[in-house]
Design a protein around this ligand. Sequence first.
Ligand code: COA
Length: 389
Amino acid sequence: MTTSVGIHDLSFATTEFVLPHTELAAHTGVDIGKYHIGIGQRSMSIPALDEDIVTMAATAAAPIVERWGADRIRTVVLATETSIDQSKAAGIYVHSLLNLPPSTRVVELKQACYAGTAGLQFAMGLVHRDPTQQVLVIATDVSRYDLDSAGESTQGAAAVAMLVSADPALIRIEPQSGLHTSDVMDFWRPNYRSTALVAGQESISAYLQALEGVWKDYTEQGGRPLPEFAAFCYHQPFTKMATKAHRHLFNTTGHDLDEDQMTAMLRLTTAYNEVLGNSYTASMYLALASLLDHAGDLTDQPIAFASYGSGCVAEFFGGTVVPGYLEHLRTDGHQAVVERRRSIDHHTYRTLHGRSLPEDGGHHLTPKQTTGPFRFAGLSGHKRLYEHS
Ligand code: COA
């Protein structure tokens, strides 16, 4: 008997603050059309001093644990490229904040923006092995580039939590996957840097080449024909990238593309990313959240996923929307998460951006800024302190 496995629930969280691109443009002198149309971004989430990948991850996952309980969760996989420790998995702090049972394995995954997909696929394997178990997969990141750099307008932050389960309530993930790995230096962050380095145009090219690679492999693995998919969720370092990717995929595979239809379909997947900004590992799953929350009834429709992580690793796979999924959506909650953010001015943004943590091992408490349920309370003896707000 084949067990259907996939995404049972999905919930996202973001930060306390938001910087509108109009505010950034007023200070960079860049024409707002470049941000709004050229890269397709309207605002970006900025963490408060007492927020980080752990607080966002716990906030995203808490409603899932509240709805389904934690009895069947035996694994927590946290994917991030904003790691807070070279050794300890950030998911252990999340496990603690959410009071998950001790009989759980917790691990952290890294491969740029791709690692959330690795987490999902590894979770699928665990659930296939024992369909009574569930896996909590969390993709959580803060995207940071240097001030006044080309990447600055494509920052952002968010966490997406997904419960992977047998007989999923939202999306059945299909077994065929197209894979692609190649050694390129399009985006990276050496251990001694808190901001990423990116070669923007090379990264766009590497993404598009990887997309060709995953599509070729997906086809060879017996995947669906391209026109069968009702919607496409792309990794979106900036939302215009979804358009570039979609056009490239159709053009290079010899498929006709109706531009109006493409724009209407992709718009459904970009609503959250264009106001939250880049969230690295979480970005493609925010595209899925946006699609489910904004499209009409997608029951039984096949959805394509194109995941890309610089460096680079990419994966293309399909999923089918499960009957009854509409009852499980969190559209109002997600809208509230987006709208509750407080707008900040350019000066405040630059001050927050310049934050760095003390390295002397002393007792340093973080000022209370977040109004979210969890906070990063500070550092003491080189140990991070977290608490419920
Ligand atoms: N109105 C409308 N569009 C405008 C415009 C205006 N006034 N001014 C410029 N544009 C368009 C450009 O034509 C271009 O569109 P195109 O890509 O379709 O040709 C787009 O805006 C961006 O302009 P560009 O000159 O390429 O911008 P940039 O040098 O500032 O770089 C990024 C933009 C996205 C490459 C850069 O912000 C970046 O590298 N971000 C990081 C991306 C990332 O994270 N990659 C790694 C993970 S995949």
